[in-house]
Design a protein. Sequence first.
Length: 629
Amino acid sequence: MTQNLDNLLQMSAAYPPPARVTDVANLKNYDEVYARSVADTDGFWGEVASELSWFKPWEKTLDWQCPHHRWFVGGQVNITYNALDRHLTNGNRNKVAFIWLGEDGTERQITYGQLHGEVCRAASALKSLGVGKGDRVIVYMPLTLEGAIVMLACARIGAIHSVVYAGLGSGALRERIDDSQAKVVFTSDVTFRRGKAVPLKPIVDEAVLEAASVEHVVVWRRVTNTELTGKEMDYQDFIARGSKDCPAEVMDAEDPLFILYTSGTTAKPKGIVHVHGGYMVGIYYMAKAFMDFKPDDVYWCTSDIGWIVGHSYIVYGPLVAGVTTVFREGALDFPDPGKPWEIVEKYDVSVMFTAPTAIRLLMKYGNEWPQKYNISSLRYMICAGEPLNPEAWRWAYEHLISPHDGFLVDNWWQTEIAGPTLGTLPIMAAKPGKVGRPLPGVIAEVVDAEGNPMEANKGGLLVLRKPLPHMMKTIFNDPYRYAEVWDRIPGSYATGDMAVMDEEGYIAVLGRADDVLNIAGHRIGTMEVESALVSHPAVAEAAAIGKPDPVKGEVLKTFVTLRLGFEPSPELEQELIKHVKKELGPIVIISELEFATKLPKTRSGKIIRRLLKAREMGQDPGDLTTLEE
């Protein structure tokens, strides 16, 4: 079956970066660097790796026997040595590593030197529990310093952490415990969201009830004095067992660092495995080249440690790069929609990483909130997640970034590819609706079902022709499932996304291949329909699905949430239907439009179209433990 798409949404506007950004960009010669990165893969990544500290140098940069790829073969390293120990002697010992913020205004700061000590204490405490190299540890903790410290402590002794977002249900947690055969589970009594304490320990209690592999449950008691029994122990008592003298375990470059289970849109979560060496090198390079980190940057990431963005660009990447990172527990718009801009002003945030869902959420509240604060420190704003609608991009650019000569860029990657893969560099013009060009080291193409490249502006499957250091090594306990992604288009990594590439090499990601709409014989990406709706001034968010039709095959139904100040009405419904037809052409006819107060999402903010479609069809949508509140 052909995978070609009709590309209907015109996305041709280009916004050049300002001198404030280009003059200080770390990567100024993209064409030259990119050409070398794909022509001399070994030399390129070898040079990047040589900027970091290794216990033993590698013998071979890349061993590529599809579908398996090994990087820095024979090399020995530990990512925490580069994230922590290296900074004790390079002038960063007393530099702030993390600024943690709570919803209630609580602030905690920790320097690189202090963080090193705390991680060593937690790491040696883990050893005292019998945890060692290769053992799996579940981290079901809030977005706090303790959660990050436990992750780093596992890595330091060679244990494999698997962070589970603190909000998934007991069934999802139990599934991950069973699959990983975790030896220890870390949790907290509560997390905080929208001013409320949300219990976590009861979820863990149920999940570990018959989990034979779990020997210890460590509980961080934040606000309660809940009784601990059996194999449970208090987090403070756990830390007290540790010592600040705990050298980093010498790890092979290919030794697993963590397992991160994907969730939300797949029926059965899959455990993505990343390793110490390649992961470290890849996310470090993208921290410099794409994230554009400077030594004096204050960087804020609005993600969570439960997702790959939180792994790569809250915990590991910024620490290896040596910058100061802000992160905050709780809802972005609580206690009011001005909170993000208050944080930017107070801490002089210069680089911010957020998601399209967050942009659309803040856009819903209007322009007046960011105008109340001085956010001129914000040089560079990065967005990733679902496709960023052109209208949302323009709103953020016009009201958050351009007034003080900052720049807004999009990028694309996956849990399977742990760092930016396609993106708009700070030296490139931004094209709203397009994530950008392949980043150094990335060979990306848009192809048909047989793997033949599509001509410019024709939609197809997005594939990567070569592995990256920071690409997954396998799927835990499921090597056949891993091999499948390389078998669909033989010799290429099939991303599962549909995309279109223009004449300049800019790529627009149109959505998952299984979300493509087939309307009257035309294959249309959900992103195009949803972006057309969001471009209307009344619309905050939108979702599109296809419903079976005996005549047309499928008809189009859309779900719309409105911006503040707009109310649902039959007149507005007809106006939106006409607006989409005007934007995309007469073949795109919305048969049904439903106004909604909210859309179902995964905990990471991705719209669950599968659920919307199942509801429409009266079907069981499957495991929905990842639904957003």
